[in-house]
Design a protein around this ligand. Structure first.
Ligand code: A2P
Length: 281
């Protein structure tokens, strides 16, 4: 699968391995994912598992420069003065000298100071690409009004039930790549047993999960599937031997329900004020 090209000139593997809620199994899952061929891991301070990602990468035996690592900073650590320290702590946990991408996890708190800190960290070479997550149009408008560097990505909840088309059109005009968290609707039984998808899966000789992930790629979305099961980890990367027809794409587009499965914005605002919990060892 071809890499996605970012607006800063860097390239990013088409599919990333997500480790939200992989918990203590993260170290093993990261090794399994790298052995299966993933070359990108997506973690966050709030997932508490950066140390396990760092160890999994080391133990995999795969050269550091071959793997694209993303982490995300939590709003309660946004203030500038603490900012670089917070970033250096992530680097230490990941056992990295520099990280490929850092995102502001949510559009709450001192976003401007935090973005300027990331721009500074990029200048210093501590991070190659910078971006955001869970930003809607008004958050991006604000950010673009003062930023020197445009976010390379905006990581959002995206799946066939919640496609956020208007926001994605805005991002496309600004060349901000959409990345998907919950790309499989967080394993929603309803989504994974949608009759349209079951039918298409049969016709293509693929699983429903593979169809959904292929739909993301053909929609210009970078999916970050998460799994703690080795067979499904492999399954979710086996996407390059088929292509969905435009009819198949539009029948998946029609599954839109205009309803997110993840937490609502008001809740995320409250959650963003909470300090980060202790990291796993
Ligand atoms: P498991 O970890 O047991 O594989 P998302 O990436 O959208 O958050 O979805 C993650 C959820 O979907 C997890 O519960 C995961 O369970 C499940 N999942 C991941 N890959 C697949 C797959 N290929 N088929 C079915 N369920 C999957």
């Amino acid at each position: 699968m071809d890499n996605f090209k970012l607006n800063d000139g860097n390239e990013i593997p088409a599919v990333g391995f997500g480790v939200f809620m992989n918990g203590a199994g993260t170290e093993e899952n990261v090794q399994q994912a790298l052995a299966a061929g993933y070359r990108s891991i997506d973690t966050a301070v709030i997932y508490r598992n950066e140390r396990l990602v760092g160890r999994g990468l080391k133990l995999s035996g795969i050269a550091r420069e071959e793997v694209f690592i993303t982490t995300k900073l939590w709003p309660s650590s946004y203030p500038l003065k603490k900012g670089l320290r917070i970033l250096r702590e992530s680097l230490e946990r990941l056992q990295l000298e520099s990280v490929d991408m850092v995102l502001l996890h949510r559009p709450h708190g001192k976003v401007r100071e935090a973005w300027q800190m990331l721009e500074h960290a990029q200048e210093l070479g501590l991070v190659k690409s910078i971006g955001v997550s869970n930003f809607i149009e008004e958050d991006l408008d604000k950010l673009l009004s003062y930023s020197m560097v445009k976010p390379a990505v905006n990581q959002l909840e995206l799946h066939p039930y919640w496609q956020q088309r208007k926001l994605r059109e805005y991002m496309s005009a600004e060349e901000i790549l959409p990345e998907a968290w919950y790309p499989l609707g967080h394993g929603s039984k309803e989504l994974l047993s949608e009759p349209t998808l079951l039918e298409l899966a049969k016709a293509y000789g693929k699983t429903v999960a593979q169809l959904i992930l292929r739909w993301h790629l053909q929609s210009g979305i970078r999916p970050l599937p998460k799994s703690s099961n080795e067979a499904r980890i492999r399954e979710n990367l086996a996407l390059d031997d088929f292509e969905l027809s435009s009819e198949a794409m539009s029948s998946i587009d029609k599954l839109e329900r205009s309803k997110a499965l993840g937490e609502p914005r008001w809740l995320s605002k409250i959650a963003s004020r909470l300090p980060t919990p202790p990291q796993l060892n």
